[in-house]
Design a protein around this ligand. Structure first.
Ligand SMILES: [Zn+2]
Ligand SMILES: [Zn+2]
Length: 382
């Protein structure tokens, strides 16, 4: 990145470091994109691949070599001449030859040996992550209308565990998402899975079937993002309140610099002014506060997933161990009970099946005097 550049509106939109290797100065994403587009040639960000001959000619010109030299280089460096076996032998490319000296082969052997020593091979989560990557890299949409347009910006966004989960405060991001410049902040909000949204508050031992009707997400819809002095509130629903007002008034009464408000559903990423690498805030369910860090802003490349429908694209998700049912030890806990004569501990965690089998008769009538609270495991999104 250039350290500084000409600007049209007095402040530059070419990001520079504010703190070296930590975060940039604030810049407007849409203007940054335009700066790039005005400097690049169309073929630099085009999805069309240059044909081989044109590529060779350009490469030769850039390197200042003659066409014959280029041809010679191509044949010497071609994959066909890269081998460590006689020409008439077809080796198994999975087998590392004994006593390799090539560093890459030494590393590969190490990896193979390590993998062979593992009792279990890849678990289902890793398999799923691999599959997702395989399906999305360089993917083109079926409908042309779903193609991410050339020159679109792609942002990498890290969302962290909320500060209220002490255990996860020092952990790498909970999730990493790719989003395009035309996505709105409301779409980012909808892509963030947080267990606080699924919490059900209350005691439901008499009416376990209606517990799902009290999921927090459906009742407390207010939320905001906070970027560069602006609160972006979710106001999509009638029940939404401007929960940023409390902070704004508090700050005003104490002579802090003024903050402003906007709606997250009306704000696209290209409209935002942000610092790359700087921690911002997402707040929902009253006090569930997540750090949000935009770690990269770049133009779309032909090797990216180019199917709009797959965005926001999840590229990483941290997993946590789940609390299993105290009876079957198989399923994730869904209920915990107190004052429970059937339970081996106080409080005790049950999966839905074991909970109902133990605590209700065949007509669904409650047996005994226990109290039951819905439990949502943090690993529910694994
Ligand atoms: Zn949360
Ligand atoms: Zn169970």
């Amino acid at each position: 990145m250039a350290a500084s550049g000409p600007s049209t509106d007095g402040s530059t939109n070419i990001p520079d470091y504010e703190y070296a290797d930590v975060n940039t100065t604030a810049f407007h994403i849409g203007s940054f994109r335009n700066e790039w587009l005005s400097r690049l040639k169309a073929e630099d960000f085009s999805y069309q691949q240059e044909d081989d001959d044109a590529f060779d000619a350009n490469f030769a010109k850039e390197m200042g070599v003659a066409a014959e030299t280029m041809t010679e280089l191509k044949s010497i460096c071609s994959l066909d001449s890269l081998r460590c076996h006689p020409e008439d032998e077809q080796p198994d490319t999975e087998v590392v030859p004994p006593d390799p000296t090539l560093k890459t082969l030494v590393q590969r052997k190490k990896k193979q040996d390590y993998r062979a020593s593992l009792k279990v091979t890849k678990n289902r989560h890793d398999l799923y992550a691999d599959e997702l990557e395989r399906l999305t890299v360089g993917r083109r949409p079926e409908e042309v209308a779903d193609l991410v347009p050339e020159g679109e910006v792609i942002l990498t966004i890290n969302v962290y565990y909320p500060a209220i989960f002490e255990k996860f405060n020092y952990i790498r991001p909970h999730m990493t998402l790719l989003m395009t410049g035309s996505h709105s902040l409301a779409e980012l909000r909808d892509a963030i899975c947080c267990v606080s949204d699924l919490q059900v508050c209350g005691e439901f031992s008499n009416t376990p079937d209606i517990a799902p009707d009290f999921i927090s997400k459906d009742h407390y819809k207010s939320a905001f993002f906070f970027f560069e002095g602006v609160f972006y509130n979710d106001m999509r629903f009638q029940e939404c309140q401007d929960i940023s007002m409390t902070v704004i008034e508090w700050a005003k009464a104490r002579n802090f610099p003024p903050h402003s408000q906007a709606k997250m559903e009306d704000t696209r990423f290209v409209d935002l002014k942000i610092k790359v690498g700087f921690p911002y805030l997402y707040c929902h369910q009253g006090d569930c506060e997540h750090l949000v860090i935009i770690t990269d802003v770049r133009l779309a490349h032909r090797n990216d997933c180019l199917d709009k429908k797959l965005y926001p694209l999840l590229t990483h998700k941290h997993r946590v161990t789940t609390q299993k049912c105290a009876v079957c030890h198989v399923f994730i806990g869904r209920w915990f009970t107190t004052n429970d004569q059937f339970a081996p501990s106080e409080p005790c965690l049950f999966c839905d099946k074991c909970f109902r089998m133990l605590h209700y008769d065949s007509e669904g009538s409650k047996l005994g005097d226990f109290l039951a609270y819905p439990y949502v495991d943090r690993g529910a999104f694994n």
